[in-house]
Design a protein around this ligand. Structure first.
Ligand code: ACO
Length: 321
């Protein structure tokens, strides 16, 4: 039986950290106290204006390929999760493929599931690998969310940041990704969205992220522990065998509430929301890479990654690392 294992990770955060006080100095009507107590965010990173999502992705991808100890040409599938692609088309994945100089047979496409995008992309890549059609996938979450933030809307612009994270998933005999669960409820799309579009050469509608924060909060708290329990049941493993929860990094209060409902100590939860903010599809692979590189997550550990985002979409994967 073919399994899919994570064999390398990488990540990239552009520029210097921008603290909450820096935002106040930039003229946003907020305070470190408001942001920290409500969200746990102390800092985030922003790409230089004009930066492209694929540029961040490429740096993370090169690191992941190096950590996987393979060559770029060994990759035969690239899936990029992003809500802030370089262009309407082509996909950001094809730009990453070109940047890596991959000339061999390699499929490349984007998935769009907002903050759950990495989990959706990982689940897709895992199925390609398990089918036997592909052997080595590069799965990337990458965002320049600053491009869709309205700096006049203090209720959203303080929450997000830019970044990229990548994993290499390889075909092996040993179990790696043991279970995935994906969900969506499109009825809720106006609770968290960018309502604008390009029509007839013009931006039609609102080009900025809009969110009903309280609805998102309540929904996230309800589904994130359910979906973590779901993948443990699907994998047929006890919940207390989970070594690490690597959740989407939106808000420390959502993360704490999920951990509490799961009966998991916060010592078993990887959190980077304090230093990264919410980087949407990039947040899980960024957090995963941090915890692998600093030695917390080690070979043999059991991990659950989980996310929720616009759509709404949500999902989780249980992985033996
Ligand atoms: N600084 C200071 N005051 C602010 C700010 C700010 N940045 N933003 C809003 N306020 C004010 C509001 O104007 C309001 O003032 P008022 O009472 O005088 O009208 C007050 O703070 C309370 O506003 P609420 O929106 O009710 O604040 P709430 O306690 O709900 O917190 C927050 C807002 C942090 C967004 C919260 O709802 C939340 O975390 N929601 C989860 C959403 C989330 O994390 N989304 C991320 C994207 S989705 C995802 O990744 C899953």
């Amino acid at each position: 039986m073919i399994h899919a294992r994570i064999v390398g990770t990488g990540s990239h955060l552009p520029g210097d950290p921008v603290t909450n006080d820096d935002l106040v100095r930039r003229g946003i009507d907020t305070s470190d106290e408001w942001i920290t107590t409500r969200t746990g965010i102390r800092a985030r990173h922003f790409a230089e204006p004009g930066s492209r999502t694929s540029e961040l992705a490429l740096i993370a991808a090169r690191q992941a390929i190096e950590a996987a100890d393979c060559a770029a040409d060994d990759i035969d599938l690239i899936i990029v999760a992003t809500s802030t692609p370089d262009f309407i088309f082509p996909s950001t994945a094809t730009l990453v493929q070109a940047g890596l100089g991959i000339k061999n047979n390699c499929a490349a496409f984007d998935v769009q599931a907002v903050c759950s995008g990495f989990v959706y992309a990982l689940a897709t890549a895992e199925k390609f690998i398990r089918s036997g059609s592909h052997r080595r996938a590069l799965v990337i979450g990458t965002e320049v969310f600053s491009n869709i933030l309205d700096w006049a809307d203090r209720s959203t612009c303080v929450l997000f940041g830019d970044g990229a994270g990548a994993v290499v998933l390889e075909a092996t005999d040993e179990p790696g990704v043991r279970a995935v669960a994906l969900h969506a409820d499109g009825r809720l799309h106006p609770e968290l969205w960018v309502p604008g579009n390009v029509v007839g050469g013009q931006v039609k509608g609102d080009p900025f992220l809009r969110m009903n924060g309280q609805t998102v909060f309540k929904f996230a708290v309800r589904v994130l522990d359910e979906v973590a329990q779901e993948v443990a049941a699907l994998a047929n493993v006890p919940q207390d065998s989970i070594d690490w929860l690597v959740p989407h990094q939106a808000n420390i209060r959502i993360i704490q509430s999920t951990a509490k409902r799961l009966g998991l100590s916060m010592e078993k939860v990887v959190t980077t929301v304090d230093i990264h903010g919410n980087t949407s599809a990039a947040s899980i692979p960024l957090a995963l890479d941090c915890a692998i590189r600093d030695g917390r997550i080690r070979p043999g550990h059991r991990i659950v990654v989980e996310g929720i985002g616009g759509g709404f979409t949500w999902g989780a994967a249980l992985i033996d690392f």
